[in-house]
Design a protein around this ligand. Structure first.
Ligand SMILES: Cc1cc2nc3c(=O)[nH]c(=O)nc-3n(C[C@H](O)[C@H](O)[C@H](O)COP(=O)(O)O)c2cc1C
Length: 381
């Protein structure tokens, strides 16, 4: 199987599975508890049907959107994800370069493996910085200042990870940074030598957003431990209101799901919210963003940009979300498997496929601009 054999999400996933040592594949692929929410994120799109209009003259399609103050050529962006250089040695560079090719936005995680400054300098597209609120207030202030000084366009505070999700696949393999694997986990690395050679022959793995503040020489931190021990569980709306003031720019809350919280986000001056359950990796059993979307849009959609992520695998999923009132959608595993499968060419191919699917879908729906998509074209089963 090669990159040119990949035509959809499932093909890329398959290729990534072949290339990655299984503890790393499982870190991307896995989710919390029984992974029910993870599965439902995608299946929830199936309870909704598209009702097309025909004969509308659809030669030219404009799928650009403006969201959280950024003009994107396409209605989707690469959501911030951790540890990308573990998946492919070029990591965030590969993702950002592919996003730049398609003039969309990308996110850099607090747990990113390339510095936010290096990326800001290298790619001339809107860049999100994804923030976790740490117990160490000094670290929080320093990170915000770094992001501001670097020229980050959108601050995105993730609020669904106040403690670590129960990711049982990672418990089984012993996935942590640096690696401290179980015997079975180590065996999986031994049978994927190509990955291992790439890993050791390229720049040393680091977490440049946190390096100054986290001493990893004391032993591995598992991702769960990072969330549980370093992030501040006392985080509340007053703290976030203060951050919004301090940032004084585009500020997005990622991981909002309830109507009450969406209203609070508006009150404290956020400019965007991402309806998200972290790709099912945190609270299993929580609702899918698509199922929750219309309630939120109906309450706050005229006052704040509503974005969703989770389970998006097809152009038609994007069209359904936009028709319900989302301003844009975030992609996670959709670009991570291609990154693992083939680096930048993989991500470019995946984003190109998504763009083509959206364009085709819009034409078949009888729409030439995103603004023409509406609930009139949707029916729920
Ligand atoms: C491997 C992986 C790492 C992630 N790391 C982060 C992160 O560091 N910060 C964050 O806010 N979200 C993170 N996410 C969540 C994504 O930003 C996004 O919300 C989620 O992947 C969307 O679901 P999808 O993968 O089904 O598209 C991560 C997701 C995955 C799969």
């Amino acid at each position: 199987m090669r990159l040119r054999d990949c035509h959809n999400f499932h093909d890329f996933r398959q290729l990534a599975k072949r290339r990655l040592p299984s503890p790393i594949f499982d870190y991307i692929d896995g989710a919390a508890d029984d992974e029910v929410t993870h599965r439902r994120n995608t299946t929830s799109f199936e309870r909704c049907d598209l009702v097309p209009n025909v004969l509308r003259g659809v030669q030219e399609v404009d799928m650009s959107v403006t969201v959280v103050g950024q003009k994107l050529a396409m209605p989707f962006y690469c959501s911030p994800t951790a540890l990308q250089r573990l998946f492919h040695h070029r990591g965030e560079h590969a993702v950002a370069a592919a996003a730049a090719k398609y003039s969309t936005m990308f996110g850099v995680s607090s747990l990113g493996t390339v510095s936010l400054e290096e990326l800001r300098k290298a790619y001339d597209i809107p860049q999100v910085y994804q923030f976790y609120y740490h117990k160490d207030r000094g670290l929080n202030h320093a990170m915000m200042k770094r992001a501001k000084d670097a020229g980050i366009n959108v601050m995105m505070l993730t609020v669904d990870s106040i403690t670590g999700g129960n990711r049982e696949r990672d418990l089984r393999t012993g996935f942590s940074i640096p690696f401290r694997l179980t015997f079975g986990g180590m065996l999986q690395f031994a049978i994927k030598p190509a990955w291992a050679i790439n890993y050791v022959t390229h720049e040393r793995f680091k977490l440049p957003q946190l390096d100054e503040f986290v001493d990893m020489s004391g032993g591995p931190i598992s991702i769960g431990k990072y969330f549980t021990e370093m992030l501040d569980p006392t985080l509340n709306w007053d703290n976030v209101a203060e951050m919004v003031q301090l940032w004084n720019g585009q500020f997005c809350l990622k991981g909002v799901m309830s109507v009450a919280d969406a209203k609070r986000a508006v009150q404290i001056g956020c400019t965007g919210i991402v309806l998200s359950n972290h790709g099912g990796r945190q609270l299993d059993g929580s609702r899918s963003p698509f199922d929750q979307l219309s309630e939120i849009v109906d309450t706050v959609g005229d006052r704040i940009d509503v974005i969703i992520d989770g389970g998006i695998q097809r152009g038609t999923h994007v069209l359904k979300a936009l028709s319900l009132g989302a301003k844009a959608v975030g992609l996670g595993r959709f670009y991570l498997y291609p990154l693992a499968a083939a680096g930048q060419p993989g991500v470019e191919r995946a984003l190109g496929i998504m763009r083509a699917e959206i364009e085709r879908g819009m034409k078949l729906m009888g729409c030439t601009t995103i603004g023409q998509l509406s609930r009139e074209n949707l029916r729920f089963r």
